[in-house]
Design a protein around this ligand. Structure first.
Ligand code: FES
Length: 173
């Protein structure tokens, strides 16, 4: 038995028990969710372990991680700000919004701010096409959607996140 299985045997069994044994591969998403909750992102070795648990290939598991914007295979900033630049959003200025936001933060798409707070990512449709520019924000176990955005509004939100993060750090000292 390997690490992920050993450390979370009970939770894994609970998840698996929700599915008939012949359909246990359907447990892939809750198992990935568990792994990400524990480690903050999904490690390559955990992908292999989940594949082993479910009798599927690690490519099957990786393709799910790659498809969904809520799964991550790399550790990044405390918050992930994911801007949709799919065609309908691009027609409403999403690409320029993304470029200007990154320019203001001094990073490129896919990078994290120096303080480790924000990672900016480019994603496909988030179902808010008619209210672009829009992004989803993940972090601290929360997910929120921000529509009809301007760079100033996004920077204001980031400043607020920064303030909250430093207040929390101050409290934990
Ligand atoms: S195309 Fe951007 S939210 Fe749908």
């Amino acid at each position: 038995m390997n690490e992920f299985m050993l450390q979370h045997t009970e939770e894994i069994q609970t998840i698996l028990s929700a599915y008939p044994p012949e359909n246990k591969k359907s447990a892939v998403m809750p198992l990935l969710y568990l792994a990400q909750r524990v480690d903050g992102y999904i490690q390559k070795k955990t992908i292999e372990e989940i594949a082993e648990i479910l009798d599927i290939t690690s490519t099957d598991v990786s393709s799910i991680v790659g498809f969904y914007t809520l799964y991550h295979d790399q550790p990044e900033g405390r918050y992930r700000l994911q801007v949709c630049t799919d065609l309908p959003c691009a027609l409403r200025g999403a690409e320029k919004f993304l470029e200007d936001l990154c320019g203001n933060l001094g990073i490129k798409v896919g990078e994290t701010t120096e303080d480790g707070l924000i990672t900016i990512e480019e994603v496909k449709c988030l179902a808010g096409c008619h209210r672009a520019p829009m992004f989803q924000l993940q972090g601290d176990g929360n997910l929120s959607y921000h529509e009809n955005q301007t760079v100033d509004a996004a920077l204001e939100l980031i400043a607020e996140l920064k303030k909250r993060a430093s207040e929390r750090e101050g409290k934990s000292e």
